[in-house]
Design a protein around this ligand. Structure first.
Ligand code: AHG
Ligand code: MN
Ligand code: MN
Length: 329
């Protein structure tokens, strides 16, 4: 008996029914993100065939070489969302300043922050990439959105999720009512529900995920925490795309770490459009997030592109790592 086919659109409508005050604008945003994901997926899956893989010839606010696919993904998301009247302001990893809604378009009550293409260093070698998104409610008083709307803590997110462009393209999202995964069926261009109510196994598979090249730059407590996992027979899996390492951790359990180190005291990953959305997903799936001391969702943002140390995974593993770091502090 084939299981019932539920499209993302159908699922979004059903989720909307959970929120009587919902106006439909929120569902439109999720639908528009899915549309952008399909367009990005198509380009990612033919990156080697078009002159899109190379560098865009510019560096972003982080001093990182912006790949053409980064900017393509950034522009696809902007073009899908700038005119709909649902958003009041956007922010992107690739754009230094807040992205206003053009004056010719109306503003809405929601805010979108995103990492349009995560794992860019893997583009040329055909390794899994992703897109990460975070949705907040507008809180500023004026008609147009402001930095105040963007600098909200993760615990105020309305929704969060990611797209993973891997052996298949999957969209995983939560609005706080469970975590749900949809797999793109390219032949009909629809995301179909394939992973209902995702829960992270705990403790799950013995896998830890961290870039050990930086071992010597970690604080001793961090080094000891990883040494301990090795002594307990854990395997190391590190793809170098947060979305891919996260998705495996969500499905298999284990722990992902991007610690602070002597070269990057705040770590590398960005709070607002990498750590916060992933923290909402993992905590909604029964796991935990941490900046090494507390849940990522409780970190008060001060700057748009601020970085944070990041731990995500099975609750028992994040708890014990956090305790080890506190002890060593
Ligand atoms: P982005 O491509 O959006 O800049 O993100 C890359 C990030 C993240 O995807 C990954 O976890 C991390 O960079 C890998 O960093 P290292 O190469 O330092 O391990
Ligand atoms: Mn990223
Ligand atoms: Mn990126």
């Amino acid at each position: 008996m084939a299981s019932s086919v539920i499209t993302l659109s159908r699922h979004i409508v059903e989720q909307e029914r959970l929120y009587p005050e919902a106006t439909g604008a929120f569902s439109d945003i999720l639908y528009d993100i899915a549309l952008a994901a399909k367009i990005i997926s198509r380009e990612v899956n033919r990156a080697g065939l078009v002159d899109i893989v190379g560098s865009a010839g510019r560096f972003n606010v982080h001093g990182e070489d912006v790949r053409k696919l980064d900017m393509f993904a950034n522009d696809v998301i902007f073009d899908a969302m700038d005119h709909t009247g649902n958003l009041c302001v956007m922010a992107s990893e690739e754009i230094e300043a807040p992205i206003p809604i053009p004056d010719k378009f109306p503003c809405g009550n929601y805010v979108l922050l995103h990492d349009p293409l995560d794992g860019s260093s893997n583009i040329e070698v055909n390794v899994t990439l992703g897109t990460i998104f975070s949705i907040h409610r507008k809180i500023s008083k004026g008609e147009r959105g402001t930095m105040e709307d963007l600098l909200q803590p993760g615990n105020r997110q309305l929704a969060a999720g990611y797209v993973v462009y891997g052996s298949s393209t999957m969209l995983v999202y939560t609005t706080g009512a469970g975590v749900h995964g949809f797999t793109l069926e390219p032949s009909i261009g629809e995301f179909l529900l394939s992973h209902k109510d995702m829960r992270i196994p705990d403790p799950g598979k013995k896998i830890y995920s961290v870039n050990e090249a930086y071992y010597k730059r970690w604080e001793p407590a961090q080094q000891q925490a990883v040494d301990q996992l090795k002594d307990e027979g854990y395997s190391l899996r590190y793809i170098g795309s947060l979305v891919a390492d996260f998705h495996r951790t969500l499905l298999y359990g284990g722990i992902f770490m991007y610690p602070s180190d002597t070269k990057s005291p705040q770590g590398k990953l960005r709070l607002l459009y990498e750590a916060s959305p992933m923290a909402m997903v993992i905590e909604e799936a029964g796991g935990r997030s941490s900046d090494g001391r507390k849940s990522i969702l409780d970190v008060e943002p001060e700057e748009l592109h601020q970085r944070t140390p990041l731990y995500l995974g099975s609750k028992s593993l994040v708890d014990r790592t956090e305790a080890a770091l506190a002890e060593g502090a």
